[in-house]
Write a protein that binds this ligand. Structure first.
Ligand code: UD1
Ligand code: CA
Length: 457
């Protein structure tokens, strides 16, 4: 590209394809992998190139997709007449742009910024008007073949249009293409639809540029980055690949995973170092884990911040809004939601702690329930520092328990407990000396009588 490195970059993201094979009411690019829509992955990789402009190409009526592109503008492709036609739909939004135009697909979530950068750099260095990212495919059959002669890319032949000799080529088009913004209108204008699919192929821009004596290049990338998603099975394959990448990155950054294949991450999961994760843990979106945290087996964590040195699980569920301070212990079958739990507090067994604050060093006994919902609205439970909540207590919100208070086991607490108070919210126990024997004799006689009665019938 002659336009120089300083010239601004524009990126066109294609997302107007029908996506029929997904068999879904949800537009294909909005299906999530690693906790966020495919399109968001592509936009994140693109954003790191710091483009001056990003334009999305969408199908008519695809408002949810337009929203996912925001704040970037979108252009509507009226009919899905092919990739060439799709890029053409974006031209109006690119008016006045003369730098390179990068074309990527919204349904290829594995693409990395580094590969896009490499293509752009190569185009810039060689002065190419068109550049294509290609790869060697294990199975080239679904892809356009790159026809290279004497080291130069001559043309791209789509699979359905390829002759047997071309079909044997395994160097294929990833779909990522860079075009000189000063020439893009002219090149796209020359694309026809005289082919097996009667579509306007963007890939024809290669042959057209060559025929005009322009320089065209192919840059080789790795197949793993260009897996597109057309079906649910391919969605699962993309998820697997992305998980593999995220796990490797986490381990490289100092996280121990006992069985990495069973740890499921989101693209935005953040770890400090010396975090240990036992098998079968899922991280939904929005989780930050500080250093020295130990997450035991079978936890489900989403929208949570976990402080240094905390111990979580096994079998803990941290729902969105869980703010867990340093050195907190959350044990088995404990569920947190919209709850802040301060330094060194413990909830080690069977509890639901929702819409609440729990003070430092407090102990929440086994079986504690914060009764946050009355059937209509949610209410808050505020527990101060150094509080002891006895096992099997219900705190009926809204309610406060002050600093240093004790709630006795089995209490139903409906009124605020002031600091330092001891609260009983249960019936007083009555103990009757020597009365167990007579009661047993009576019950035994009753049971024997019933049995005799049955035998007579
Ligand atoms: C395309 C390439 C092929 C390449 C392959 C890589 C062309 C003609 N072919 O083929 O060389 O090997 O990708 O996966 O470019 N789209 C639109 N509007 C349309 C048609 C497509 O927005 O009218 C979008 C789709 O949403 C998708 C992308 O463009 O994101 C690719 O379209 P698709 O139909 O999957 O192209 P392929 O036939 O796979
Ligand atoms: Ca495709």
């Amino acid at each position: 590209m002659r336009t120089g490195m300083k010239s601004p970059l524009a990126v066109v993201v294609l997302a107007a394809g029908a996506g029929t094979r997904m068999k879904s009411a949800v537009p294909k690019v909005l299906h999530p992998v690693a906790g966020k829509p495919m399109l968001a992955h592509v936009l994140a990789s693109v954003a790191r190139l710091k483009p001056a402009k990003v334009v999305g190409v969408i199908a008519p009526g695809a408002e949810t997709v337009a929203k996912a592109f925001a704040p970037h503008p979108t252009a509507v492709q009226k009919k899905a007449l092919g990739t060439g036609d799709a890029v053409k739909a974006a031209l109006a939004a690119l008016r006045g742009h003369s730098g390179p135009v990068l074309v990527v697909y919204g349904d290829s979530p594995l693409i990395t910024t580094a590969s896009l950068q490499r293509l752009l750099e190569s185009c810039r260095k060689t002065g190419a008007s068109v550049g294509v990212l290609g790869f060697i495919a294990r199975d080239p059959s679904p892809y356009g073949r790159l026809i290279v002669k004497d080291g130069a890319l001559e043309k791209i032949v789509e699979s359905k249009d390829a002759n047997p000799e071309e079909k044997a080529i395994d160097f294929v088009n990833s779909g990522v293409m860079c075009l000189d913004g000063a020439r893009i209108g002219e090149l796209l204008g020359a694309i026809g639809d005289d082919n097996v699919k009667s579509e306007f192929y963007l890939t024809d821009a290669v042959g057209i540029a060559r025929a005009r004596g322009l320089h065209v290049i192919a840059v080789e990338g790795r197949e793993a980055e260009f897996q597109g998603v057309n079906s649910r099975a391919e969605l699962a394959a993309a998820e697997r690949a992305l998980q593999q990448r995220l796990r490797s990155a986490a381990m490289a950054a100092g996280v121990t995973m006992v069985d990495p294949d069973t740890v499921w991450l989101s693209a935005d999961t953040r770890f400090g170092n010396d975090v240990t994760i036992e098998p079968n843990v899922r991280f939904g979106p929005g989780v930050t884990v500080a250093s020295d945290v130990h997450i035991k087996a079978f936890c489900d964590i989403e929208g949570a911040r976990i402080g240094k040195g905390a111990i979580i699980g096994p079998f803990a569920r941290l729902r969105p809004g869980s703010e867990i301070a340093d050195d907190v212990h959350i044990g088995n079958f404990v569920e947190l939601k919209a709850t802040t739990i301060r330094r060194g507090a413990k909830a080690n067994h069977f509890a639901y702690l929702g819409d609440s604050e729990i003070g430092a060093a407090s102990n929440i006994g086994a079986g504690t329930i914060f009764v946050n919902y009355d059937g209509y609205g949610k209410h808050r439970t505020l527990v101060g520092d150094d509080v002891f909540i006895g096992s099997n207590s219900s705190l009926v919100a809204p309610v406060r328990v002050g600093k240093g208070a004790n709630v006795t086991a089995g209490s139903v607490i409906t009124q605020d407990v002031p600091a330092g108070a001891l609260a009983f919210g249960r019936a007083r126990q009555e103990t009757k000396k020597g009365r167990a024997g007579p009661l047993r004799a009576k019950l035994q006689a009753r049971a024997a009588a019933a049995k005799r009665q049955k035998g007579k019938k």
